[in-house]
Design a protein around this ligand. Sequence first.
Ligand code: 13P
Length: 248
Amino acid sequence: MKKLIAGNWKMNGGLAANDMLVKAMLDGLKGAEPAADMALCVPAPYLAQLQSLLQASPIAWGAQDVSAHEQGAYTGEVSVSMLKDFACRYAIVGHSERRQYHGETDAVVASKAQRALAAGITPIVCVGETLVERDAGQTESVVKRQLAAVIHAVAHCTSEIVVAYEPVWAIGTGKTATPEMAQAVHAVLRAQLAAATQHPQRVHILYGGSMNAANAASLLAQPDIDGGLIGGASLKAADFLQIVAAAR
Ligand code: 13P
């Protein structure tokens, strides 16, 4: 299985800057077969732009969130069918920034994942502990609780999801989990997936949290790290491409 390197632009970008960034990425990919599958998860207003820039390219695109509701009176929300209109392949759900700043519970995250899958969009389900939880020895129980809610909701479709382990204390802080620390949690998640699906190896388990051009290779060399969810370094074409190359 090829690794998956997904960028999460978060609330960054602009029409002109996106155009330059994406074209620089595509230029850098010319000629060679990419070492990994790739995706860019961008702010919803830019999905049309990414669709036009990336169609017929090896980079897929997606959203950073999706509504748990189908349609109707949900001001500000974006539905799965709207994401489908722009041919999104992925939607991140349950990013820690949504859990922290927007009060998303495990149940909400699970229904978002279910809604996305039912529409044929692959949810990238984020799990991860805070520093307080890690220090209290709760890492395993927190990530298992977060993933269990999603597995319960998507049931026999569990092998279709992507999981991203993002320790909250490593996001945007420059503090990466060591490859061994990340691998230990990924192994826990793989075992949990194995209890829920016959094909646990088909599920990409990404690592996210200050992954960059310098540390990507050692993280991606771990047996249960199947790719990366990249924040800051996905805003620089050269850095993102170096991470992709490290996934070989
Ligand atoms: P950074 O790579 O900026 O730490 O962000 C990680 C992340 O949250 C990706 O979803």
